[in-house]
Design a protein around this ligand. Structure first.
Ligand code: ZN
Ligand code: ZN
Length: 396
């Protein structure tokens, strides 16, 4: 039997376990940085299989030992384990048991896929290549990957592979494109400090609401005309807070937003522009404006060699037409980028749409997947591990 055949038969031996894993995780979602029960559940599953692993010092997230031929750089499989502050609106039997918390980004699916693959790989014994898995905390708030790296997730690792469900793509199809896959992302907070007073006498105040309204309009109008329109850039504000009564001008307004760009330089240019516009607006309105920018999260770059291995594997498993290889990058962000900044990586977009149903987008209360994606994801990851390890060795 070839490695692929052995792997497929180990996965088949797991039967419906992968669905049980996913449904358990889906029932009991936990927010970023609070995945204690999820971590315990995963640790129990790994321990039951005698798979050596460590839990992160903070109690959230797990890294397995490196198995196989540890003289060679390992291929790591990565899953994220956090859920979102969303109230689930589906009627599935395994819907979230926690009001206001939901696995609406498919991280339950990724975790089930990597857990099943880990068990199957481990049961295969000592392969000629090295591998490990890790289960990452806090992807949705963008700082979990660094925490994993600081806890040694990439030590001894030469390449990292992950899947992300894609609700726009039919189950059975995947997207594997080399090069940039997600945008550079920089979140920002703008505090506008004015002077409150009676809404009937605005001249006695420094109105932070009027200042904020002007500032947002100015940024939205200016950013696309001050950066090269051939280079994608998005600036969006998702939160605005200030005031509590119709007839009182508040003292302060707070804005929270995000800058997304396909290139690092464009993101930096947009940050400088926003600072200039804030300074100019502060002067125009007599308010004080403070800006703070979170560290820039880089874009995910799919390594050409690993991407080629994943593509060939996916074609062999799913058929040539099932694999799309030339898709435009997303303006979304993904902290998998922290890994691809350090070692070659590949993120596979895993079709999860049931062809007979409407699309249910990520991060919505209606989000759901066709569970057929689970076994496909595990078969794919289980097989690409060996090919990727080989490809890296030839390269290195
Ligand atoms: Zn998400
Ligand atoms: Zn996600």
């Amino acid at each position: 039997m070839t490695f692929t055949e052995k792997m497929q038969s180990e996965l088949a031996n797991l039967g419906s376990k992968i669905f049980e894993f996913r449904q358990h995780l889906h029932r009991y979602p936990e927010l970023s940085g609070q995945e204690y029960a999820t971590t315990e559940y995963l640790s129990d599953q790994l321990s039951a299989e005698k798979i050596e692993h460590q839990t992160l010092s903070g109690g959230c997230g797990i890294i397995t030992k490196i198995f196989g031929n540890t003289h060679k750089p390992a291929i790591a499989l990565r899953a994220e384990i956090d859920a979102l502050p969303i109230d689930e609106a589906t009627q599935v039997a395994y819907r979230s048991q926690k009001p206001g918390v939901m696995h609406a980004c498919g991280h339950d699916a990724h975790t089930a896929i990597v857990l099943a693959t880990t068990i199957a790989l481990h049961r295969l014994g000592s392969p000629p290549f090295a591998w490990r898995s890790f289960f990452q905390t806090s992807e949705e708030i963008g700082n979990g990957a660094l925490e994993m790296i600081n806890n040694g997730a990439l030590d001894g690792v030469g390449g990292v592979i992950a899947v992300h469900v894609d609700p726009n793509r039919d189950v059975g199809k995947v997207g594997i494109t080399p090069g940039p896959r997600t945008s550079f992302c920089q979140d920002l907070t703008i505090e506008i400090i004015g002077r409150g007073g009676h809404a009937a006498r605005p001249h006695t105040t420094v109105d932070p609401i009027a200042t904020a309204a002007h500032l947002i309009t100015l940024i939205y109008a200016s950013a696309p005309r001050r950066t090269d329109s051939r280079d994608p850039l998005v600036v969006s504000f998702g939160a605005i807070q200030g005031g509590h009564a119709s007839n009182v001008i508040p003292g302060e307004v707070k804005l929270e937003g995000t800058i997304r760009s396909a290139q690092l330089a464009v993101g930096e240019q947009a940050r400088e522009l926003i600072q200039q516009l804030c300074a100019a607006t502060a002067q125009s309105f007599g308010a004080a404006i403070r800006t703070s920018f979170r560290p820039m999260l880089p874009g995910v770059i799919n390594d050409p060699i690993l991407t080629a291995v994943c593509t060939e594997t996916a074609r062999a498993l799913l058929g040539r037409d099932a694999v799309e290889t030339n898709e435009r990058p997303s303006m979304g962000a993904e902290d998998f980028a922290e890994y691809t900044q350090r070692v070659p990586g590949c993120m596979i977009a895993l079709g999860s749409k049931n062809p007979g149903r409407e699309i249910t987008p990520l991060h919505t209360p209606q989000f759901d997947i066709d569970e057929g994606a689970l076994t496909i994801g595990a078969r794919l990851l289980g097989t690409v591990v060996s090919g990727s390890a080989e490809a890296l060795q030839q390269k290195g």
